[in-house]
Design a protein around this ligand. Sequence first.
Ligand SMILES: [Zn+2]
Length: 655
Amino acid sequence: MKINLVFIFCLFLTFCPLDAQIINEIPLSDRVTGYRIDVKLDTDSKTVKGSMEAFWVNKSSDTVPDIQMHLYMNAFRSNRTTYFREMGGSPGNNDSDLGWIEIRSLMDENGVDLLPSMEYISPDDGNREDKTVARILLPIPALPGDTVSVRIDFETKLPSRIRRTGYTGDFYFVAQWFPKFGVYEPAGMRYSARGGWNCHQFHANSEFYSNHSVYDLTLNLPVEYFTGSGGKLISEKTDGEMKTLVYRAEDIVDFAWTAWPGYSVFTDRWKNVDITLLIPGSRVKQVERQFAAVKYALQYLDQNVGPYPWPHLTFVDPPLIGAGAGGMEYTTLFTTGSSLFMPEWRHYAEMITVHEFGHAYFMGILASNEFEEPWLDEGVNSYWEERIMDNYYGSNSGLINHRLLKVSDKSSARRGYSSSPVRQTVSNNEYSWNYPHGTYYMMSYQKTAVWLHTLAGIIGEETMDNVFREYYRKWAFKHPSGKDFINVVNEVVQKEHGARFGPDMNWFFDQTLYGTGICDYKVIGFSNRKYRKPEGKTDTADAIANEWPDTDSLYTSVAMIERAGDVILPVDVLIHFTNGDEILEKWDGKARYKDYTYTGYREIDWVKIDPEFRITMDVNFNNNSFTEEPQRAVLHRLVNRLLTFIQFYLSIILL
Ligand SMILES: [Zn+2]
């Protein structure tokens, strides 16, 4: 397409700034899109207004007739938008409550007005009241290799009731606020069978599928505001009652920022990463704990997955009035959620910090399509969050470490999955907004984390870490799909274990990720029968009596195991005898029933399935063991159930 040289020169200045402004000498990603945004925060009208220059490079071999952009702030325009239809509730009824974005002007690089060729589309649900995606027909289609550049004047009104984004009083959290390109996918690549723009509407569940981009933001706002963003602060100039900040971010998938006069700002450093924390002044006691949590997460993911590639990181603990902004991720910026009452034994705020930071890897670096395979972000991230929490805060007390109650993060997720009444829902072929009966959270977060722990239990944690190292090495900044992850698992397992688990691990994913089955292995019981001597006329010699001459002390013992669920996984069975002997049986877990029979001068006194708790997916741990004294066993099971119940409700109350 024809390019205006003056405009391109401006873009060159924009996206290849002076050396001092470049953060990474070598780009981390292919930077298909870039944004230079210049806006002013108007604290009276609660708007962010200004202009933006943006580009998209057609890296496909297709001739593309249009561009598609997210206008996500329109999700807060009325209660008829797709977001509110899915979420319930309302943005409010007054103009001051609503959130919206208006495109005031839209031009291409030749100064051609593109506004008349812009239309709102609703590719996900056809909802005409939803204006969160715009399609703009280009005057000349973009040929392979072309760069499409646009200049947009826009005004964004922030909603008053903060749901991820908005304002309350003088607190602002500004996310999903500017026109942003969708992802153009050539046919057959990753998520797209037909090829074209992958540009989903704004939904109640899931937020991201975006290009890695360069952002240059110039922000004008009143001097008394403290700000933080996903970018690195390049310059700050004060002019009377206003100040102008310039931020730059590279190779991130979204750009958000916050402003509030009440923040206290703290800084710390981990390796070459400058960490900034914005927190209400009243919570300064939490600063040390928050920095410790984020540094644990940096350390653990760096060691077991791959390096954190940006030299800066900002996290925000919103004040109570802005709590709706808490617990969200924007790659190099994330929000946590602590409070004034934070006893040492409760680690929920740390858990939020570790979780939201972890998204920098799975939503930020790997950047899969969260709308179409939410488990690749939320589930994988939950798995790592649980490992980090239990590693640093105690294997049985990652969440709560009180002398009366200890709760690990891993067991908390498992309890969520195993106690859910709708855990059989299929976890694939479902867009994030289509999960039935409110199962999105359970399927995308908890079930995924549980089967990832189970996979680690089967292939070993060392192999699991190598899977993630290879996944990172191969797919960082390239938007992998679920199949890409599975292929990495298959390659690494094959390399480290040969054919021990079969030609590939697809049998595992078919059952756990793509299947609906329940996993439940159960000890039915055991028996110890005195050896019966031959009576009557027998034709053959008694082989057993030959081997075990003292037949009076001889027992035939049988341990009886059942596969009560449909899921088939290899499982260990530990049989313990009265004389202290133990036998560990490696069972392929396939048959419905399995008996283990032993002869000897000993009786079985207990049987335990999966003694090392590798099969986290097993929904009922209470039937995994059986002891000699059934009455005690029943009592033990009842106490166990009661404890689980108390633990569950206490953990909710304590939250
Ligand atoms: Zn998350």
